[in-house]
Design a protein around this ligand. Structure first.
Ligand SMILES: NC(=O)C1=CN([C@@H]2O[C@H](COP(=O)(O)OP(=O)(O)OC[C@H]3O[C@@H](n4cnc5c(N)ncnc54)[C@H](O)[C@@H]3O)[C@@H](O)[C@H]2O)C=CC1
Ligand SMILES: O=C(O)[C@H]1O[C@H](OP(=O)(O)OP(=O)(O)OC[C@H]2O[C@@H](n3ccc(=O)[nH]c3=O)[C@H](O)[C@@H]2O)[C@H](O)[C@@H](O)[C@@H]1O
Length: 426
């Protein structure tokens, strides 16, 4: 099939490369000329394992990119993978979706049998009220509309997209379900036992928020329980390992620590909370999940306070990205940790294997070391924010600290002899 994808970020580029690999002919449309040039040159505009190889293999044959929306006319289906950021009050900002849909509608004016699939995360009602309205106003009178939320994670985007647990098809007409099945047929044939969920547009929109809100709340619940464990002298990780044996609970997303971040959990929990409140409902559980998450960095620093007075002293922050395997610092817990250390007048020295450059753009006043050893040297304490594997191998590096104090927010450091080691929830 001929597939077009509007927006070539994490989601748009990943699905474009994978659909090309699966045999579709794909065109990416993006307003960013650098992104378009990268794809046409066979390079990945973002870093994701397995992506560069796929773009390199298919660019110029089954995959191309353009800034020209007219390219969608030669395709059967268009996915909208545009950003849906949060406004100041947390509610969803659909302005990029609206302008993208308007450009698409102009390009498709008068077209027949073209399906438009919303891939972006949008609150219930957006596909019809914002996207369909913009398409129709721009001249594309009869779009075959669908909503197909994406569940891939950063750092494993290609693998997640190629091997989903489920794919969700939201639509109003049988023709749209049929077309979605045709697009996904090669992926489903290869994906094993993925469940296909056929549902309505609004349900598909909500499934994405429910998924992210559930996972974020699950982490907050284990953090809440972990905080109780800490106060009662109990090891939360032993508790988590045991409850994980109950397959109604499962062990995934059960690692307690300094909390969740990223470009989606914070944004999506805020957006669905705002939508709920707008509709007159107070989502108490989700608000509590955010509150617990907001408290964890300060709890980490309170533990450090119990061991050492950091005022005027050097303190190492190990890990800056919101999770290992990425240089993304959006929503990272490192920011409130750095803020809290600066409030205590500590001299912050940070290290991250890949994310320091991005953090330095935002926080130039922080000192950045080029190794964990460099950050630890002469520090009176260290806090661990991201569970990078390399922190598990730290050993002699602690010898150069002024005081060997480590407060671990991710249970990654090996608590060796002579180290004053404290864990956030154990
Ligand atoms: N990043 C992730 O891991 C996941 C993101 N999502 C959702 O997918 C959507 C897209 O997210 P990302 O791919 O992360 O965004 P992104 O920010 O990485 O990429 C968006 C792309 O859209 C382009 N763009 C902006 N305005 C445009 C326009 N008017 N026309 C054409 N292109 C335009 C930008 O230049 C950029 O390349 C969001 O709703 C997000 O919540 C869903 C699942 C996973
Ligand atoms: O909507 C999205 O963009 C995506 O958001 C998350 O993916 P991602 O943000 O890439 O990262 P996760 O692996 O889910 O981690 C999110 C945060 O939770 C934290 N986390 C995760 C698991 C855990 O047990 N404990 C924990 O603190 C991580 O450190 C990280 O800060 C979801 O997992 C994806 O399914 C979804 O598609």
């Amino acid at each position: 099939m001929d597939v077009s994808i509007v927006g070539s970020g994490y989601v748009g580029t990943t699905i474009a490369a994978c659909f090309a690999e699966l045999g579709h002919t794909v065109v990416n449309v993006d307003v960013d000329a650098d992104v378009v040039a990268a794809i046409n040159d066979g390079d990945a505009p973002i870093h994701e394992p397995g992506l560069a190889e796929r773009i390199d293999a298919h660019a110029g044959t089954r995959l191309r990119a353009t800034t020209d929306y007219e390219a969608v006319r030669d395709t059967d289906v268009t996915f909208l993978a545009l950003p849906t950021p949060a406004r100041e009050d947390g509610s969803i900002d659909t302005s990029i979706m609206e302008s993208g849909a308007a450009s698409l509608g102009e390009a498709l004016a008068g077209a027949d049998d073209h399906m438009v699939v919303v891939k972006s995360t949008v609150v219930p009602g957006t596909t019809e009220d914002v996207v369909e309205s913009a398409l129709v106003s721009a001249g594309f009178d009869d779009p075959l509309l669908a909503m197909n939320p994406e569940f891939l994670r950063m750092g494993s985007a290609v693998d997640d997209f190629r091997h989903p647990d489920k794919v969700v098809f939201g639509a109003r007409r049988d023709a749209a379900y049929d077309q979605l099945h045709a697009v996904f047929e090669p992926l489903l044939a290869d994906a094993g036992d993925a469940t296909v969920v056929e549902t309505g547009l609004r349900e598909a929109e909500m499934i994405k928020y429910a998924n992210n809100a559930f996972l974020a709340s699950k982490v907050s619940l284990i953090n809440d329980l972990g905080n109780i464990c800490k106060e009662l002298g109990v090891d939360a990780y032993e508790v988590a390992d045991a409850i994980a044996e109950d397959d109604r609970i499962s062990g995934r997303f059960l690692r307690s620590g300094v909390g969740w971040g990223g470009s989606c959990f914070p944004k999506d929990v805020a957006a669905i909370t705002a939508a709920a409140k707008d509709a007159g409902y107070e989502p108490a559980m989700l608000e509590a999940a955010v509150e617990v998450n907001d408290r964890q960095p300060e709890r980490l620093l309170s533990l450090l306070d119990g061991h050492v007075d950091v005022a005027g002293e050097r303190v190492a922050v190990l890990g800056l990205s919101f999770k290992p395997g990425t240089d993304d610092i959006r929503g990272t817990r490192a920011v409130p940790v750095i803020d809290g250390l600066q409030d205590r007048e500590a001299d912050v020295v940070a290290y991250d294997p890949v994310a320091a450059e991005k953090m330095a753009e935002q926080r130039p006043e922080v000192t950045y070391a080029d190794s964990a050893a460099g950050a630890l040297a002469d520090a009176v304490g260290a806090v661990v924010v991201t569970d990078w594997d390399e922190f598990a191998a730290l050993d002699d590096e602690f010898d150069a600290m002024a005081e060997r104090v480590v407060v671990d927010g991710r249970r990654v450091v090996d608590p060796q002899a002579d180290l004053t080691y404290d864990g956030l929830t154990w």
